[in-house]
Design a protein around this ligand. Structure first.
Ligand code: DPP
Ligand code: ZN
Length: 844
């Protein structure tokens, strides 16, 4: 496989003036006619051009009306071209019904749809399929399907055809087409400057009742982007389509967003509170891309974080505003540590802006997205809110219509602030998670914090330079009052000290407030100090963090030395839990213990080999201990968590239900599943029903409930994904592999549907001790199915290979099994480039 390098970037030799596409849709023989005007750029004149094209049958091609016979390979075509401006015309035939990779034009549930990011457009027609080639598109769709959609504004339509014109120049990856028997949920929005926009969510018949929430989220996003970033929508229509077979969450095609149906369809009966929150965030994310991604796009795929990091940052700001910043920040950090840290500290580690790839689809990662967003958060913290706003205004002014780079992005900040960001730029080029250690000194009224930073080696990067770290610090008096409010220390050296003077007593430091930099903080605080911060910190993140670390250390001691749970910590936690002035969601987050994979990672970092079974046992022991110790408290909390008002997926009710479900989880350790059964029987929304079912599974009392749930929901595809996933995810680790295996034989296990495949195998991977079973059965089962799926859908297969990225952490027996599974995948005939790259890196 060939490797593409950032350093090799060269511009395309032509400008495209306009693109006209005609689609004659047929399941196995769709004809695509392209008419494209090319004009040479000021580069040295070239005699031939190369257009990408894969899996296309070329029917004929013309240049300026004269037939030509290009040289065609499985990557594209090369053709002699005139020196000046010319018209390229080509007709190709494609087979959407057999397109199981779900890239390009394909069929899902009887409808036609597209996914072109990153390089799917080359499966639709011959084209310079690269983001720096931007053009206006006019599209004509000919089909008997009742609803025919493409990008931009609608043009003429009639019996069997529809035309669309997108006036905004765009790269091919933002092209989209949909044709199907669809129902819509219409609405409208008037922009600040008075432009009326028609909004539609298009769904399969039967799903009309699940659109209202997504529509509300869309309108909230449109308002928010006007209010906060001054960005208005720029077309007459905004269409969203829900598709059942989709590799990603959703796609920001200009004026025609296409969504995995799991990321847009919602109703209280079928969706959990988490689903609602995620849908709101993804609708916002894709909408926000209209400016950060579409109006300003990426010069090349190495710059992916330019649009993704910024858009994730923007959607997290939006969620903070909708649902409260404190809980959002804590859940973002939990997610970062669960997904990005293992990536950054393992064989798949890569910079936020990678410098090479074989398959770009493998770089839609937590590092590019979530670490990319953290980098923007740090930049904002360093320059301040006002300069951040000015820099963004300049970015939109200066680069509207551009295919831009990280250099362009940083330059607007430099121009606005006069800062030199060359050291800061290392966040984009150095991979790995920095480790930040801190020591304290107290001398006669002066408190000194001394920090040292160090980033361990990562693949291809042995030595690292110090990075710019914004470290938010506040100081508390011994009585718990804040004596120094949050101050951002700007660390630039490998080792650096900061003084706080004029203090009357030695303070307790709250360090890295709001998790102000994505680092591993190494701090030898004693448990009393952490308990003090848990009780008194004014920074919600650090308050949660103090409790989280106490829980982690308690569990690590139980795992390593068989210690009994530390009751001092539990008493501190109980005080917080009893404080009904605190947000219920915040309280339940404090009780949620570190995940088993986080404990495995912590053990690994401390130089021991994690034993998944011992980790599982310790967590279960501690949960039982908590349930028994809090036998009086739990019913009181359950009472506090009760929601009497009609269901709303808002922050207030969501927090209460989360607290209630946390209580249910603990109660199930002592009541044999009685409370879970009662909740299951009375639940009138999916949040309560699913949590009850999960606890019945854990209590091994779920037989009847699983059957009832199946009967109730067997015709709802998205709820059935939950039914599949939960049985594996919540299974006893000793049984998870067998449960997964049995489910793969179920009549509703459609393994070519990415959501269903991910339900079962994502459930298995998330069952830490179940997946990492000592005899290797978990690894073997996953490998069997990845090998099977690779021929159909390389992208989804490759993404799931990352389940193996931590394999060298475990004992030699498990390593042997994991390695055998990985080598078996590598040995598969015709292994895709996607999976080949992933497994090679994991094995390297
Ligand atoms: N659709 C994916 C996202 O929005 C890729 N652009 O992140
Ligand atoms: Zn995105």
């Amino acid at each position: 496989p060939t490797t593409v390098y950032l350093a090799d970037y060269t511009p395309f030799g032509w400008r495209i003036e306009d693109v006209h596409l005609t689609f004659r849709l047929a399941p196995h023989a769709t004809r695509v006619l392209a008419r494209i005007h090319f004009a040479p750029c000021q580069l040295a004149p070239q005699q031939e051009f190369f257009l990408h094209g894969e899996e296309l049958r070329l029917i004929g091609a013309k240049i300026d009306g004269q037939e030509v016979t290009p040289e065609v390979t499985d990557k594209g075509l090369t053709c002699a071209v005139p020196a000046g401006r010319f018209l390229w015309e080509a007709e190709v035939e494609i087979d959407p019904a057999n397109n199981t990779a779900l890239e390009g034009l394909y069929m899902s549930g009887g409808m036609y749809c597209t996914q072109c990011e990153a390089e799917g457009f080359r499966k639709i027609t011959f084209y310079p399929d690269r983001p720096d080639v931007m053009a206006t598109f006019t599209v004509r769709i000919e089909s008997a399907m009742p609803v025919l959609l493409s990008n931009g504004n609608p043009g003429a339509s009639g019996d069997g055809f529809a035309e669309w014109h997108d006036p905004w120049p765009k790269p091919a990856y933002l092209f989209a087409l949909v044709a199907g028997d669809l129902r819509n949920h219409p609405d409208s929005f008037t922009t600040k400057s008075g432009h009326k926009v028609d909004l539609n969510i298009w769904v399969r018949p039967g799903d009309e009742g699940k659109c209202a929430f997504g529509m509300q989220a869309l309108k909230a996003s449109m308002t928010w982007d006007e209010d906060v970033y001054g960005r208005e929508y720029d077309l007459d229509v905004f269409n969203i389509v829900a598709v059942d077979d989709f590799n990603m969450g959703a796609m920001e095609n200009k004026g025609l967003n296409i969504f995995n149906s799991s990321c847009v369809l919602a109703s209280p009966e079928t969706s959990t509170d988490d689903n609602f929150e995620r849908i709101e965030a993804i609708i916002a994310h894709e909408y926000f891309h209209n400016w950060t991604g579409n109006r300003i796009t990426c010069r090349d795929w190495f710059q992916l974080c330019l649009k993704e990091g910024l858009t994730v940052y923007r959607d997290s700001q939006f969620t903070s505003d909708m649902r409260g910043p404190e809980v959002k920040r804590i859940s973002d950090v939990i997610d970062l540590r669960a997904r990005q840290f293992p990536e950054d500290q393992g064989p798949l580690s890569h910079p936020v802006r990678p410098e090479s790839f074989q398959e770009i689809n493998n770089f839609y990662t937590a590092t590019v997205y979530e670490k990319g967003a953290e980098v923007i958060g740090m930049l904002k913290r360093l320059v301040g809110d006002d300069d951040y706003a000015r820099a963004l205004d300049l970015y939109f002014d200066r680069h509207d219509g551009d295919a831009a780079t990280i250099e362009d992005w940083l330059k607007v900040f430099e121009d606005v602030t006069g800062r030199d960001l060359s050291q800061f730029k290392r966040w984009y080029s150095q991979s790995g998670t920095p480790r930040l250690s801190v020591s304290e000194a107290w001398d006669n009224g002066t408190f000194t914090l001394t920090f040292e930073q160090h980033t361990p080696p990562t693949p291809g990067q042995a030595d690292k330079l110090p990075q710019v770290l914004p470290i938010a610090v506040g100081l508390l008096n011994p009585n718990g009052d804040e004596v120094v409010p949050t101050r951002v220390l700007e660390m630039t050296e490998a080792k650096q000290s900061f003084d706080f003077t004029g203090l009357s007593a030695r303070p307790v430091a709250s360090i890295l407030r709001e998790f102000s930099a994505p680092v591993v903080l190494e701090r030898d605080a004693d448990p009393q100090q952490r308990a003090f911060l848990l009780a008194h910190d004014t920074d919600a993140f650090n308050r949660w963090e103090a409790g989280h670390i106490l829980a982690r250390d308690c569990l690590l001691a139980m795992i390593r030395d068989g210690a009994t749970p530390d009751t001092a910590w539990l008493d501190g936690l109980e005080t917080v839990l009893r404080d009904s002035t605190l947000d219920p969601d915040f309280r339940q987050m404090l009780v949620a213990l570190p995940s088993q994979s986080e404990l495995a990672q912590a053990l690994h970092e401390q130089g021991s080999t994690p034993d998944p079974d011992a980790i599982y046992d310790a967590v279960m022991t501690l949960r039982l201990f908590m349930a028994e110790r809090w036998a009086d408290l739990l019913p009181k909390l359950a009472e506090e968590a009760r929601v009497t008002a009609p269901y709303q997926p808002d922050a207030e009710q969501t927090g209460k239900r989360a607290l209630g479900n946390m209580v249910l989880g603990l109660l199930t350790h002592t009541d044999g599943g009685a409370a879970a059964q009662a909740q299951f029987d009375s639940a009138d929304n999916m949040t309560l029903q699913l949590a009850a079912l999960a606890n019945l599974i854990r209590a091994d009392k779920a037989k009847a409930a699983l059957a009832a749930f199946y009967d109730q929901w067997k015709d709802d595809r998205l709820v059935m994904d939950k039914w599949f996933g939960l049985q594996v995810g919540a299974a006893d680790p000793g049984k998870a592999v067998e449960v997964a295996k049995a489910l793969t034989a179920h009549e509703k296990f459609d393994w070519t549907n990415p959501n269903r495949f991910r339900a079962v195998f994502g459930g298995l991977i998330g069952n830490h001790a179940g997946f990492h079973r000592k005899d290797g059965a978990g690894y073997a089962l996953l490998a069997d199915w990845l090998i099977k799926l690779d021929d159909k859908n390389p992208q989804t297969t490759a993404r799931m290979c990352s389940a193996f990225q931590t394999w060298t952490r475990y004992d030699s027996g498990r390593q042997t099994h994991a390695k055998a599974a990985l080598e078996r995948i590598m040995a598969k005939p015709n292994l895709s480039r996607d999976v080949n790259e992933m497994v090679s890196r994991i094995l390297a």
